[in-house]
Design a protein around this ligand. Sequence first.
Ligand code: F6P
Length: 562
Amino acid sequence: MSSSVPNSESSPLGGEPVVITQTAEWAALRAHHAELAGTGLRALFAAEPGRAEKLSAQTDGLFLDYSKNLVTAETMRLLVALAERAGLAGRVEAMFAGEKINTTERRAVLHTALRAPEGETVLVDGENVVPQVHAVLAKMYAFADRVRSGVWTGATGKHIRTVVNIGIGGSDLGPAMAAEALRTFADRSIQTRFVSNVDGSDIWEATHDLDPAETLFVISSKTFTTLETIANAKTARAWLVAELGVDAVPHHFVAVSTNAEKVAEFGIDTANMFEFWDWVGGRYSMDSAIGLSLAVAIGPENFAELLSGFHAMDVHFRTAPLDRNLPVLLGLIGLWYRDFFGLQTHAVLPYSHYLSRFAAYLQQLDMESNGKSVDRAGHPVTAATGPVVWGTPGTNGQHAYYQLLHQGTTVIPADFIGFVAPPHAQVGGSGAADQHLLLMANFFAQTEALAFGKTAAEVAAEGVAPELVPHKVFTGDRPTNTLLAPKLTPFTLGQLIALYEHKVFTQGTIWGINSFDQWGVELGKVLAGRIIPELAGEEEPALAHDGSTNALIHRFRAGFAE
Ligand code: F6P
């Protein structure tokens, strides 16, 4: 740990970040946390009648109520001061301006340029990248229209009925999540499937019931070297060639990548390659050409709406004062629990069936970005960094793990995400509308119960037998944010994703870490590369691993050979 509080940006790795735990602002928060200890949400609401109005913010219809958190107006003031001390405003500008803030990879971080309206200027090494972005978007939209209208056909002239995206991590999770989230906007005559796992069961399940003549594969990989994706792409090609012959490949395979050479090497016509750039991180790429399968599913207009939602949140993040800035508020509140309460996990609980993949998407966004133990300059961090992010849609979780949320010994801060209007009109008369009320009644009930609980006196007053009273007590003070949007639309989804992107950036900035590299995924990849030939060869290999790994490989080989 350094003994001073440096903040120079002169070194090639972005300079020494502020050692945030050594600042007066951090110390003030520590003291404030101690003062606040034992003050629960019942007391906070009682002391402050206008609390819900004061501790809420909104932008473009997206409303955040953060009053059910263990914070006061003073907490928020101190947290904002901490963000200022970490130089958040300057870092935000550096990101939007295309400075190479991904210092370990010496890259700009410009996912925000992917949704910049035509006519804006974003410079990377002196070149305006916005025209390139819009050129690729135009190419994607034209392609999506051709597939949707049947102008693009398979090798035998049949219409494409299924689009299979093959990719992993950022080349899968975003479009897969959004294709599910926006199903009500999709052309149901074309199915979209996603294959990511190197487990051959994934590609088998995705293809075994399809007609190759009606199937289009989108091979999505920024590097076009990822083991899982290339293995699945080869299997897909063999499956197609077995039925239609090798000449059919260009009609059934397109690629999304930054690596034209590898795409051509794979046998995909680079005319059918949709490009993106090294200044787009994998987990920040769903609004680049990585969204191609999604654009085919929902159509260009809806895809453009999604981008508008992203952009609206970008503008809000860049311009709103920190104390009314939704991503900043979520980031600060999350950091408050992670660093001052020592809480290790954060739940994201959407009350929408269509957001079933949202938490899985956020896991990569948040945990690959902020799961770091050294700061930007390579020094060990002095504060706890990114939490474990998890969640599934309500109300299913209520019948599974909410017991622990309400009465467990671990406090889990949670974001509840809900919508005023149901996504589509009716299923069987007025069913959908009625069921939406049931869904949302649960949505509101849960945050109320988590916040305010039920005291022993209240339980006893209901006539509960004394020996059962402790079992029926809810301590409350389980903090939540409520995000309420008018309806799940492409625009709203774009807003929500950008909200979390910028939340992650806010936290990473305060922790002084680089949220845009992912060196932690490398070691496993290298070791797997070493083990592959050891599993496959006929001769017993000379294994040079630890005793456990050697024995496991021997055991596997013996069983596999049987
Ligand atoms: O898991 C590491 C990672 O590099 C992610 O960051 C990325 O999203 C994923 O692999 C896929 O990479 P690619 O798009 O290059 O295939």
